[in-house]
Design a binder for this molecule. Structure first.
Ligand code: BGC
Length: 426
């Protein structure tokens, strides 16, 4: 296969797998628009409201565990298909749920999809991409998360504006006007369906195929995406790595795995403890605390989503050129600077300025080209195939537990200690 055709095909395959990130972003963001509508319809108390939001996270944890053994057993491709199916089922299930119990069950199923996709999609990309483009291609996954978040905002906003119209048809009145949240959840089935159709066409990961002794199939796939010389070399490298890890009987807690495992867990937890999701999802309430009108606050949320998406391109273009460490050091410097300064503005009650918005945008931009993508890149490229799924699952599990901790404690921290201390803790 000539170079440009193979690079086009690799891009296509990796972008398709990255769509798992889009579903992840969509699923986690859609609830922010739907929650108030569900809350008033089912008269939820704060316990049930919290459970509706965190049920998705419970699903994620189950999904990460399942992927830990499934993707070694049935392969990366089938695991991605299963994740896509879970998203699809959850979108349909949430939108037609007749009771809170079924709504929560459907959210858990969606969460399982998120958990599975968050392990298998970037891992598949890491196994598929050529080494010199691996950073760029795993960053596609981060890009897809940001697209998913923005799409959910837009689809929620669009459905809210559609709900202002009058409809003749009783079903439309029920679905689009009286219980608009149902349409919000159903919207997720569209990208899930597209993902399912596209995943059917991608090949299995050659690394996994060698790992399960299907050398000929791996060779065939490599020949279809690399030049003959590259394909032969890569097959040799993969086999060599497989023999090495088998002969050493590599285990998860081997000395050589310990350091990357610690790095992966720490990065995953710190990614979340930077407060990224608090700013993305509670952005409007932070701006309200700062005295900014709520109509503007929502506009700022869209600006945040767009900056998050755009700055991911910096990582796409420079992760392989300048290295992961360079991106992390520059990005983290900006993140620390903006968090300290934001805290200071709240501390001296000087928040009615554009400076606050600028600092928050700086924070998001720095996250988007460093801690966001680099965490996913490193987690997925550091481990040998023999222990990859288990190690990636452990790091991703740490990430989801950290998501839960921030979600649980951020509103409480903001209320109890105020915004200044909250920013400084982050
Ligand atoms: C994080 C998500 C976050 C997203 C924001 C990802 O890298 O894992 O928790 O919502 O970035 O873009």
């Amino acid at each position: 296969m000539d170079n440009s055709a193979s690079s086009y095909r690799i891009n296509y395959i990796c972008l398709t797998a990255a769509m798992g990130g889009l579903l992840f972003g969509f699923d986690t963001a859609v609830i922010s628009g739907a929650i108030n509508l569900v809350k008033s319809q089912f008269s939820l108390n704060s316990m049930l409201e919290g459970w509706l939001v965190s049920s998705g996270l419970v699903g994620c944890i189950i999904g990460v565990f399942m992927t830990g053994f499934l993707s070694d057993k049935i392969g990366r491709k089938k695991t991605m298909l299963l994740a896509g199916f879970m998203f699809f089922l959850s979108g349909i299930g949430c939108s037609f749920a007749p009771s809170m119990t079924l709504l929560i069950t459907a959210r858990i199923i969606g969460g399982i999809g998120v958990g599975m996709a968050s392990v298998v999609s970037p891992m598949y990309i890491a196994e598929f991409a050529p080494a010199d483009k691996r950073g760029k291609m795993i960053a596609y996954y981060q890009l897809a998360i940001t697209v998913g978040i923005l799409l959910a905002y837009f689809s929620n906003a669009l459905l809210i504006s559609v709900s202002q119209n009058n409809f003749e048809n009783a079903v439309l009145v029920w679905f689009l006007k009286e219980e608009t949240w149902r349409a919000m959840f159903l919207a997720m089935s569209i990208p899930s369906f597209i993902f399912l159709v596209m995943i059917v066409k991608v090949p299995e990961s050659p690394r996994w195929l060698v790992f399960v002794d299907k050398r000929e199939k791996a060779k065939e796939i490599l020949n279809s995406i690399r030049s003959p010389v590259q394909a032969a070399k890569e097959l040799g490298d993969i086999e060599h790595a497989a023999i090495k890890s088998f002969s050493k009987k590599m285990f998860l807690f081997d000395k050589t795995i310990r350091l990357p495992l610690i790095i992966g867990i720490v990065l995953a937890v710190l990614q979340q403890f930077s407060g990224i999701n608090a700013i993305i999802y509670y952005g409007p309430s932070i701006f309200k605390t700062a005295g900014i009108a709520s109509s503007n606050a929502l506009l700022f949320q869209v600006i945040i989503g767009a900056v998050n998406l755009l700055f991911t391109f910096v990582a796409i273009y420079s992760a392989d050129k300048y290295g992961r460490k360079f991106l992390l050091i520059t990005g983290l410097s900006g993140i620390i600077f903006s968090l300290i300064f934001c805290g200071y503005l709240f501390y001296v009650s000087h928040t009615h300025t554009l400076l606050l918005l600028f600092l928050i945008i700086l924070f998001i931009a720095c996250f988007a080209f460093s801690l966001g993508p680099v965490t996913w890149i490193l987690i997925n490229e550091m481990f040998p195939t023999a222990v990859r799924v288990k190690a990636v699952s452990i790091c991703t599990l740490a990430l989801w537990i950290a998501v839960w901790i921030v979600g649980q404690f951020f509103p409480w921290l903001l209320e109890k200690e105020g915004a200044a201390v909250t920013f400084w803790i982050f």
